[in-house]
Design a protein around this ligand. Structure first.
Ligand code: HEC
Ligand code: HEC
Length: 472
């Protein structure tokens, strides 16, 4: 039996941050508009602006990702190709730690092995860039076990604050999470910069210009994969924050801290640039048009009767659209749905997860955030403070291609779409451990619930081009 980690910030600290602003994403409580039960009456003839709730979910063309001002390489083809290579490369990772890494099916190797974890190890292209690999197909086992489900990266370019709790406000700073987590790649920015110099100097310099001499051990102490990252007190059961010694990142009291301020910044910038390249690649990943869109745009038999009723329920009686709105079926906000964390396959239940109130607080405190020196611009996506509605709230997931997911919710405790719909039908598990559950019971009949499940199944598109689903 394992005990989940404590939250990173205390409640008191969060409530202090919460004072004095109302610009944070808030919790919407508008019920969805009532709707008729057939496409004909739900869809007026006007085509330019969405004038029916269903039309807003399916514009004639799915909008491409909005410009990313934080990353001036966001739409640079060479950056995206480099990012694709980096995404699939396992050689940046340190040692696997947890003894559940026994080399058997679903693990990435044996405890002590290095160079096993790539981004693609938990974001598998074949299932929409999520984790369908780890034992139990719920939460991820890499260097150690995490406590949240790896979300699909399809249509990620639509997103602003990423992670279930909004902990990252840019794609370039997101990569520091997995790289430096003792539970994921168990590595460090210094080792990653050194690997970039060894293996990617030419493509890196073609995009970002001259790379410092990270491969010169006189200036940048050379780390091995084994030294990189955390050497925990009890190596067989690592924690999310390193409780032992660590090497190659801020606070190590060793190789990284010993660098001059300018060299520390150069190392961080190289990893920021890696993140910008990966971000350029991630923007290309999309689920794409589904049978639902074909039905909306003239193919009357693209949906069967149950799926059509499900579409009407989604925007009508079931009011799913009050949070799952727009062409990607998410308002990109944080909501409290009263989910009570239950142990998943490997006996984890994070009962202390306060969601966006700690995540957005961490994003605001991050020196690498969109307001910092590594960003190429700021579009105001990062709230200035945590709002009370963020207590126990998690990001509304986009729902295109959702039927490819092996488990649901940030805890991955719900195993099927039918159980997910049943969860919403009963108005969640209860009042919510933190904050206030926004849901109310829906009183849907078993048939209506099935209709919603069928509708969700009709939202699956072709996925990204095959050439994007492997190392370039
Ligand atoms: C050990 C498994 C694992 C590895 C390795 C991993 N991720 Fe993730 N990823 C996750 C999990 C779990 C989450 C959700 C965590 C959370 O919300 O706290 C996540 C979230 C994300 C998100 C946010 C998605 C969203 O919808 O908000 C992005 C982007 C992402 N990962 C990209 C990457 C990249 C790029 C790499 C490689 C540098 C990577 N991941 C490596 C498991 C992993
Ligand atoms: C109050 C806002 C809200 C409403 C209303 C709502 N959802 Fe959600 N939905 C969310 C949030 C937030 C999550 C993630 C919760 C979590 O992981 O803790 C979620 C998760 C889901 C998931 C799981 C996706 C995944 O990747 O894990 C599905 C499927 C889903 N909702 C479908 C629906 C349907 C169908 C309805 C209507 C019956 C509905 N939702 C109503 C906010 C909402």
């Amino acid at each position: 039996m394992r005990v989940a980690d404590l939250p990173r910030l205390s409640l008191a600290a969060l409530l202090t941050v919460a004072c004095g602003s109302n610009s944070a994403p808030d919790a919407s409580s508008d019920p969805g508009p009532a709707s008729s039960s057939s496409k004909g009456s739900a869809l007026p003839s006007s085509t330019t602006t969405p004038s029916s709730p269903l039309e807003a979910l399916s514009p004639a063309v799915l909008p491409p990702p909005p410009a990313d001002v934080s990353n001036r390489f966001a739409d640079d083809t060479r950056a995206a190709t480099l990012g694709q290579a980096l995404f699939f490369d396992t050689s940046f990772s340190g040692a696997l730690l947890d003894l559940d890494n026994d080399g058997k099916a679903g693990t990435l190797g044996k405890a002590g092995d290095t160079g096993r974890v790539a981004c693609a190890g938990c974001h598998l292209p074949s299932t929409g860039f999520l984790d369908s690999r780890s034992p139990g197909k719920q939460i991820s086992l890499a260097a150690g076990w995490g406590t949240r489900k790896a979300p699909s990266l399809l249509d990620l370019g639509q997103d602003r604050l990423v992670m279930w709790d909004g902990r990252h406000d840019t794609l370039y700073n997101q990569v520091f999470g997995p790289i430096e987590s003792p539970l994921e790649m168990n590595s460090s920015r210094l080792f990653v910069a050194e690997q970039l110099a060894r293996n990617y100097r030419i493509p890196y310099e073609a995009v970002f210009g001259a790379m410092p001499a990270f491969d010169d051990p006189q200036t940048f102490p050379a780390l091995s994969a084994k030294q990189s990252g955390c050497q925990p007190k009890y190596p067989g059961s690592p924690k999310s924050t390193c409780d032992g010694t660590f090497h190659g990142m801020p606070g190590d009291g060793a190789e990284y801290d010993g660098l001059s301020a300018a060299n520390q910044q150069a190392v961080t910038l190289a990893v920021v640039n890696m993140g910008k390249a990966i971000g350029a690649y991630e923007r290309k990943l999309t689920c794409g048009p589904s049978r639902f869109d074909r039905w909306m745009h003239g193919e009357d038999d693209a949906l069967d009767a149950s799926e059509q009723r499900g579409a009407a329920l989604f925007v009508g009686k079931a009011a799913c659209v009050s949070c799952h709105s727009g062409p990607y079926l998410s308002d990109q906000r944080f909501h409290n749905v009263g989910l009570e964390p239950k142990p998943v396959g490997v006996v984890f239940a994070d009962l202390s997860d306060t969601g966006a109130s700690s995540g957005v607080g961490a994003a605001i405190a991050d020196p690498l955030d969109i307001r910092g020196i590594y960003s190429d611009g700021d579009d105001g996506r990062l709230p200035t403070a945590v709002s009370p509605q963020m207590q126990g709230a998690f990001k509304t997931p986009m729902l295109r291609c959702a039927s490819m997911r092996p488990s649901f919710m940030h805890t991955a405790q719900v195993r099927t779409l039918a159980q997910t719909v049943a969860f919403f039908n009963r108005g969640g598990d209860g009042p919510g451990i933190y904050g206030k559950n926004e849901l109310r019971p829906l009183n849907l009949s078993p048939q209506e619930q099935q209709d919603l499940v069928d509708f969700l199944g009709a939202l699956t598109g072709p996925g990204p081009d095959g050439s994007l689903q492997m190392a370039p």
